[in-house]
Ligand binder design. Structure first.
Ligand code: C5P
Length: 227
């Protein structure tokens, strides 16, 4: 299991200060919407200047018509990131179009599909998707696998059954991890590291518990030790 640290701080400087603090640890970095919209490709270059070995997950959750998603995926190829994601609810045609477009690249990044956002409660999810989270997440995972993607974003609670209906090699990445019972914030379906391990999760994403801590490296070391 790998740790992916979410760089969701409110300024570029704060994010880069965090990257500098954790530059010697073997972790992935997650660059999400807020950071990428504000700081763009330069920010990715700044990370690589601090440590070129950092692996980057670009968490932009693409959702559009198939051709636009494939165009966007091709632009992402030029950024040199190691993983990106799109919404499974954009449909199989969109996922297949994206993967077809990336076929010509030898070293394409890992591509994951978002199933159910970890901020959804069951009721909120049903309002939008008209099914319970597990049923729909499994269906999205199957669609993603059939479309040639590498794995899904889900909560730790769906990871094991998704592996069961896809394969052990089909990756799961789970946000909503609260390593030591920290405040869950807007996340509804939170789990700790022991649970994520039992659920065969490949990547855990941790944001606030690390960057809001007075001592981020101490928390990070504790997490890595438990992993
Ligand atoms: O601060 P916290 O640990 O809750 O951060 C979780 C991160 O994972 C945030 O950057 C959020 O955007 C992202 N994420 C999520 N749920 C998903 C996909 C991504 O919380 N399904």
């Amino acid at each position: 299991m790998e740790l992916c640290v979410a760089l969701d701080l409110s300024t570029k400087k704060e994010n880069l200060d965090l990257v500098k603090k954790i530059q010697n640890y073997d972790v992935w970095l997650k660059v999400g919407l807020r950071t990428y919209i504000r700081d763009g490709e330069d920010f990715l270059k700044d990370i690589k200047k601090i440590n070129p070995d950092f692996k980057i997950f670009l968490d932009l959750k693409l959702y559009d018509i198939p051709n636009t998603m494939a165009d966007a995926a091709e632009s992402i190829m030029g950024l040199g990131v190691d993983m990106f994601n799109l919404h499974a609810s954009a449909g199989k045609k969109a996922m297949i179009t994206v993967m077809d477009r990336l076929q010509k690249y030898e070293n394409r990044p890992i591509v994951l599909a978002v199933t159910a956002l970890t901020s959804f409660s069951e009721d909120e999810f049903k309002d939008v998707y008209e099914k319970d989270i597990l049923t729909k997440a499994e269906q999205f995972a199957k669609d993603a696998m059939d479309s040639g993607l590498d794995g899904v974003v889900c909560s730790a609670f769906e990871s094991e059954s998704i592996k069961g209906i896809t394969s052990n090699e089909f990756m799961t990445l789970t946000p909503g991890i609260r390593p030591f019972g920290e405040n869950s914030g807007d996340q509804q379906r939170v789990a700790d590291i022991a649970f994520a391990k039992r659920a065969l999760v490949d990547f855990i994403v941790v944001g606030r518990p690390i960057y809001q801590s007075d001592n981020p490296t101490e928390i990070l070391e504790k997490i890595l030790k438990q992993i």
